[in-house]
Design a protein around this ligand. Structure first.
Ligand SMILES: [Ca+2]
Ligand SMILES: [Ca+2]
Length: 491
């Protein structure tokens, strides 16, 4: 054996000794080996609608967790956690980094009752990971999804005076679908009309069921909707009308669809005057040969318009003419965009109201905001129109009759809240009717009370007529309707 062969192992041992000797020894007071952190976990179940811990709450899959960790020789830098369902496409565990020490999770259950596992491990300032993650395993119960109608969306259908409510054939049902486990866990929403043996899927996220006359034939109907979650659980089935034992006070038990008939839609929008105004208008139309249900459709809009503007647009565009009768309060402002679009597409509108929008808060000037009448400004001059004061069709095409109010109408009460009669038409319109000066006392000046907007390039025809008074309190309506329908709007 050569000396070299004895020396080499010795040198190797020496190097090894020197290397080991450089390592700090635990407890020797010099630099310590880095200790990994130790992670702890607290499980609390939280109700989805409250931050209160529900200690009994194994009935939700929405869960609140908090955690902390200690590190004996440094500090905790962050955490890594994963749910048993967190795997990548290859099935490998996926860990999520967080610096938070609590969170609320939606556990994505794939069956009604599932076991879920959560583990979390702290990472210290030197990158050492807790080798023994904190773990919890618990059963979680899936909540059924829920559906309900959007509040107020069924105003059209709320008929507090009768068992039957009605709509026209355009009606969009708006609903909310949610799930206490997180609405993102809803995977399917279906609806049915009348026959629940056949359901139609809605695109996810579309919380409305738009129905047209293709679906809504005249007669009674019932619409149904339900949602399904990722765990295949169905919500209760929601219907309109609701089933009897879930009806709220005033809700209708029967929903009927009325047909859209004729080329004229008459909207009556003056609840206080229904008993007199409705027969007056219907008689006027009958006298000039227009039959209810054949030539025109009547809509008693006492306190509602469709929730969905597109429904209203679709309804009015079924017709070539819309007559809208109201007085001190009208809802036409909510429909103005629709009416303007209707007219831009060739529709014709006759409207009567003295409701011309809000006054400005400062000067009492009328803002004319949101109204769709051809008014430039109010003359604000004439307090009353009596039955003896004629309404003269000055500047009107031939055929328009002289009108009289059937009772004295006044805007002087209450206080000065209401404008007086008379307005100046805007640049698109011309005076149609005026009330001439009336000898006093008190002397009452001449005022324009109606305006006519001719069709561009067709001045003998009109597209809009506006009366700044309650037209349903005027006489000679049959002659007026004759001139409007058979001549001025006939283009
Ligand atoms: Ca450490
Ligand atoms: Ca659920």
């Amino acid at each position: 054996m050569s000396r070299l062969r004895l020396v080499l192992p010795f040198l190797a041992l020496l190097v090894l000794w020197a290397f080991l000797g450089c390592e700090p020894k635990e407890g020797d007071g010099s630099r310590l080996e880095n200790l990994p952190p130790q992670t702890h976990l607290t499980v609390g179940y939280f109700r989805a609608d409250s931050s209160a811990v529900d200690t009994m709450g194994l009935s939700t899959s929405r869960v609140g967790l908090s955690w902390w960790a200690e590190d004996g020789d440094g500090w905790v830098d962050h955490y890594l956690y994963r749910w048993s369902t967190d795997v990548d496409s290859a099935g490998n565990p996926v860990w999520t980094r967080t610096e938070a020490e609590s969170d609320t999770f939606v556990v994505r259950l794939t069956q009604q009752l599932d076991t879920v596992r959560f583990e979390i491990r702290a990472v210290d300032n030197e990158g050492a990971v807790d080798p023994s993650p904190a773990v919890t395993v618990f059963p979680a119960y899936n909540q059924k999804p829920r559906v309900d109608w959007v509040a107020e969306s069924q105003e059209l259908l709320s008929n507090t005076t009768a068992d039957t409510s009605w709509t026209f054939g355009y009606n969009t049902f708006h609903f909310n679908a949610w799930d206490l486990d997180g609405s993102e866990t809803i995977t399917r929403v279906v609806w049915a009309l009348d026959d629940t043996s056949s359901w139609t899927d809605l695109p996810l996220g579309q919380n409305s069921i738009p129905l047209s006359p293709l679906d809504l034939t005249p007669g009674t109907h019932r619409v149904f909707v339900k949602a399904q979650d990722i765990a295949q659980a169905w919500s209760e089935t929601l219907s309109y009308p609701r089933v009897e034992d879930t009806l709220a006070t005033g809700e209708s038990q029967v929903w009927a669809v009325k047909p859209l008939m004729g080329n004229l839609l008459v909207i009556f929008d003056d609840p206080a005057e229904e008993s007199e105004g409705v027969p007056t208008i219907q008689q006027g139309l009958a006298d000039m040969g227009y039959g209810l249900g054949d030539d025109y459709t009547f809509w008693l809009a006492t306190d509602w318009l469709p929730y969905d503007e597109q429904d209203f647009q679709s309804i009015i565009e079924t017709f070539s003419m819309v007559f809208w009768f109201s007085w001190k309060n009208t809802q036409n402002e909510v429909a103005c965009d629709n009416l303007n679009l209707f007219m831009a597409r060739g529709g014709k509108v006759l409207m009567s109201t003295t409701d011309l929008g809000r006054r400005s808060s400062s000067g009492g000037t009328y803002l004319f905001d949101g109204i769709c009448v051809p008014v430039d400004s109010l003359t604000d001059l004439r307090d009353r129109i009596l039955p003896s004061h004629p309404l003269l069709p000055e500047g009107a095409p031939t055929g328009y009759p002289v009108l009289h109010m059937t009772e004295a109408i006044s805007f002087m009460s209450p206080g000065s809240e209401y404008p007086r009669f008379g307005f100046t038409p805007d640049s698109s319109a011309f005076e149609l009717y005026i009330v001439p000066e009336t000898a006093g006392p008190p002397l009452r000046p001449r005022v324009p009370v109606a305006a006519r907007t001719p069709v561009e390039g067709l001045p003998a025809k009109a597209k809009q007529l506006f009366f700044g008074l309650p037209l349903h309190k005027a006489d000679n309506l049959d002659s007026l309707f004759q001139a409007v329908i058979h001549d001025d709007f006939n283009w």
